[in-house]
Design a protein around this ligand. Structure first.
Ligand code: ZN
Length: 387
């Protein structure tokens, strides 16, 4: 059994140990030491990374697992058995995991005491700290939970881990039935939970605690939380975003939500006015268009699909068969055909066979795209030659 120094001192960043065994493995070299401060993956907490040094040599520790009481370090290089090594933990990574993990305890404990819901899922990674609860939580509920979590942070209460003898008499959270010695982690006044992970020494060190987003999930709620430095980094970035928007809109940062709503309303009005102006313009175009033998073809640039349809419908009022082609900047041209005398789907396929592209529609109306640029004369000829 490897001595687990991370349980004796959770803040141990460096340590000395001796190699008990080193065997080749598909993940590199599997190294077991007599003692280690590298935390192996467990309790939802990802493992530590770091390096091992001996003499002039060094190897990266890229994964750490526990198997039958042995802590196995997966390393890039072989280390001879009996070698005395110096281990260095990637402390930024470990402390981040400790902050996230402790924050998750506080958050889950507060949800449990305020709403009676259980934590039924936990995913912690370098990016995510996601917690699932078995009941619904509104936005207002989550704000109240955040307030309570951060009050617990400010109380600066100890976070302890013990193997109590009277564990059967204790009320504690646990996701599964446990046997043997049960490690009970107490996160201040917020939480008592069976857990094998590493945690900060006090609730204060896990703060601030921020609920980032929430969504209904399997009848309950999935919440993404950020704790400690992650929360601060996130808030710094969002603050920068708010000031950027404030600068762009030329309003104080406190007014950006109102200002965005005003701009969106202005954009909606402009879209409506533009659409009305385009309808008038198309009516003028349609008025000027001259059908030849019942066929009316017009080519224009950069019309949207709905505008092409609208324009073709206007032309169809004065011709048996109406077609509009619109070339598009950096994209295939779009085409619409409406006819009361021709099978528009077959006609569309005939045009596609000549110009490339594809499309479809309902009887009497075809919409699609063509790969090649075309002109009015070519389209007129293709339509006329199709019977
Ligand atoms: Zn824990």
């Amino acid at each position: 059994m490897s001595v687990k120094l991370f349980y004796e001192n959770r803040y141990m960043t460096e340590f000395d140990g001796t190699v008990i065994s080193c065997t080749p493995d598909k993940k590199g070299w599997a190294v077991v030491l007599d003692q280690t401060a590298f935390y192996p993956e467990g309790g939802g907490q990802p493992c530590d990374h770091g390096v091992m040094q001996w003499g002039e040599s060094q190897t990266a520790v890229t994964d750490v697992r526990e198997r039958g009481g042995q802590v196995i370090h997966y390393c890039d290089s072989e280390i001879p058995e009996g070698t005395a090594v110096h281990g260095v933990i990637d402390w930024d990574r470990r402390f981040d995991m400790m902050q996230q993990h402790t924050g998750e305890h506080i958050f889950s404990g507060v949800v449990n005491s305020m709403f009676g819901y259980n934590n039924v899922g936990f995913h912690l990674s370098e990016k995510d700290n996601v917690v699932d609860f078995d009941g619904p939580l509104s936005k207002e509920d989550i704000k109240a939970i955040m307030d309570k979590c951060n009050e617990t942070v400010w109380l600066n209460q100890p976070v302890t881990a013990e193997y109590p003898e009277n564990v059967n008499e204790l009320e504690y959270r646990s996701k599964k039935e446990l046997t043997g010695a049960i490690r009970i982690v107490t996160a201040g006044s917020a939480d008592i939970c069976a857990c094998c992970g590493t945690h900060t020494a006090t609730t204060a060190q896990a703060g601030p605690i921020v609920a980032l987003s929430s969504a209904a999930y399997k009848g309950g709620t999935r919440i993404n939380i950020l704790c400690g430095r992650r929360a601060v980094e996130y808030l710094k970035q969002r603050n920068d975003d708010c000031y950027d928007i404030s600068h762009q809109l030329s309003v104080p940062v406190e007014k950006i939500t109102e200002a965005v709503a005003v701009r969106m309303s202005e954009i909606d009005n402009l879209k409506y006015q533009l659409s009305a102006a385009k309808r008038q313009l198309m009516a003028v175009w349609a008025e000027a268009a001259q059908p030849v033998d019942g066929v009316c073809v017009v080519c224009r640039e950069d019309l949207r699909s709905n505008e092409i349809l609208m324009f073709t419908q206007l032309l169809a009022e004065k011709a048996d068969t109406a077609a509009v082609y619109s070339s598009q900047q950096d994209a295939n041209g779009k085409i619409c055909i409406i006819s009361t005398v021709k099978d528009t789907n077959k006609l569309g396929r005939h045009i596609s066979a000549t110009l490339g592209g594809k499309g479809g529609g309902k009887p009497g109306s075809y919409q699609g795209f063509v790969e090649k640029d075309t002109d009015r004369e070519t389209l007129y000829r293709l339509i006329k030659e199709f019977e």
